[in-house]
Design a protein around this ligand. Sequence first.
Ligand code: B12
Length: 431
Amino acid sequence: MLIDLIRVPDLSCIDDLLDEPLGLLYLGSVLRENNYKVRITNLAGHSSESWKPKIKEADLYGIQLYTPTANIGIEIAKFIKGIFPNKAIICGGAHPSAIPESEELAVFDHIVVGEGEESIIKIVNAYNSGKIIPRIVRGSFIEDLDSIPFPAWDLVDMNMFHRKVDGKRCFGIVGSRGCFYQCAFCDRSLFGERVRFRSVENIVNEVRKIISNYEVRHFEFFDDMFTINKRRLIEFKDKVKALNISYRCNGRADILSKKIYDLLYDSGCKVICFGIESGSQKMLDLMKKGTTVEKNLKAIEIAQEAGLIVIGYFILGFPGETRQTIQESIEFIEKSNIDQAQFYTFIPLPGCEVYRHLERFGAKIISRDFSDYYLVTGTDGRGGKTVETQFLSADEIQEEMKKIRKFLKERTSKGYIQDYYTDKLKYQVSI
Ligand code: B12
């Protein structure tokens, strides 16, 4: 039985070939472990039409959907049904996990909610043995993450992906799943609120395998919770130091222990990315970020002192945003001297608290077309027009974004800036 896992193109993104499709590589790995044949059809980098000849026959298809890629994923599923009408198609990923009952997903035979490793095996086994399986399959959160085999990198051409850390091509690693913070803009339907960690030993074994198979020593840790536990970081540093790696990771900016940032630096971390979100305390409170502007400033200072390059992610246009709060974010950037600042427009992603309680937040959705639900794209870095808030219309938010881009361009930033996929390259930003 051959299962074809499809990575759909992200048409709104100026470069969707930055990162390997880790989720599908995990699914490929567990399918192979269960003796199924797997193919990954990687349509990233394709235009709205050029993907069609890439679709080949298989016994079962699996498609990953993010909200902004849901429409193209549905189009691909319809195309498959047109040429291979008897083949079942499963979808999974963040979008169907948030709204599995959505009518738009009617073309799919099965919808997987949450982590896919156990659920895809249940579904494929059922097809293999002629058993019935429900249309919506809700996976439980996998407790023992070490039990999941490493991603099947060989199913794709890893040279296609070009995210760089420290100027060199890197591999992505996910060392934990879940996040217990309650940020109102975040969709946590996928990995849930309870954090599960892989053992440090297991992560370091993955690092070793990548070094020996690909001679790559540069990594990006995608975990939400990479910096949360000092004991783990000490163990990580002790085990990884001799491997001489460089990496970038995400961190909560309310962690103010200098020891944490020293440990990161000592273990090879070059860049830390903080979700700063705003320079306005009012906005941080509305977003339920659970932290303060002062703590954010302090964390940037300590991390820089430890030798790290600090990238800050900001959200523009969250409900409650005004020109005054935007000005506070600009002042924050000037005051903090953060190495790079990146702004993304607020999008009410299905599954996040704002999407579920629009009125309470004072937001009005102006587009139900999921192709508009992208955070950033294009030469001016604008996001899709999806939402209107009490004080700013969607057009005004885009205008403000233009001004911020201009401000950021004039500011010197430090650290590596991703060079985008050359034939799409119009400007340089990093994500
Ligand atoms: C890392 C990350 C990225 C990386 C992806 C790196 C990678 N190599 O996968 C980058 C920077 C590229 C990225 C980009 C985007 N991201 Co992102 N990202 C994340 C993050 C922080 C972690 C995801 C992760 O750990 N992936 C690793 C693997 C293990 O997980 P996975 O890919 O989701 O796959 C698992 C399941 O989803 C499921 N599954 C997936 N596909 C399928 C298919 C089938 C058939 C089945 C059965 C199961 C299944 O099984 C997999 C294994 O368990 C999450 C937040 C979070 N903590 O969840 C946001 C998150 C997933 N991203 C989000 C968004 C919006 C985006 C963008 C759409 C942003 C944009 N352009 O506007 C893009 C889309 C990229 C694309 N390719 O189309 C949202 C998605 C919300 C939504 N409703 O769509 C999230 C949830 C952030 C948030 N909380 O709001 N992202």
